[in-house]
Design a binder for this molecule. Structure first.
Ligand SMILES: [Zn+2]
Length: 114
């Protein structure tokens, strides 16, 4: 991977961290509404509970991804970035474009069932 490519992925990761952090804030607010902003009646409460479990799940996934992105951001200036942890081949750039936090190439990911 060239320096310019690394710089590009660094910016991509940084942008995704920003976006995801905002998303997590929104989800957090949805899961834990301010006092007085919660469901007003029983029907609303049931709907709220259903939404809440979706929000909790999304929040957990977003938090996990954020951690992976932060990890990738720290790693990007090391020679390990963009190298599959399993087979030590370069991870396809198209894949990193979509998921710059990838630790494995597509083949290994499928093989490992990740
Ligand atoms: Zn691999």
């Amino acid at each position: 991977m060239t320096k310019a490519q690394k710089q590009h992925f660094k910016q991509t990761i940084d942008a995704q961290i920003q976006t995801l952090s905002k998303e997590i804030e929104v989800l957090k607010a949805a899961v834990y509404p301010e006092r007085g902003e919660g469901p007003s009646d029983k029907v609303a409460h049931i709907a709220f509970k259903q939404d809440q479990s979706i929000h909790i799940q999304r929040h957990a996934e977003a938090t996990k991804r954020l951690n992976r992105l932060k990890h990738a951001y720290i790693k990007i200036d090391t020679p390990e970035y963009g190298i599959c942890k399993e087979c030590e081949e370069e991870i396809a750039l198209e894949r990193l474009e979509l998921m710059p936090e990838s630790l494995y190439c597509v083949d290994c990911m499928n093989e490992l069932g990740l």
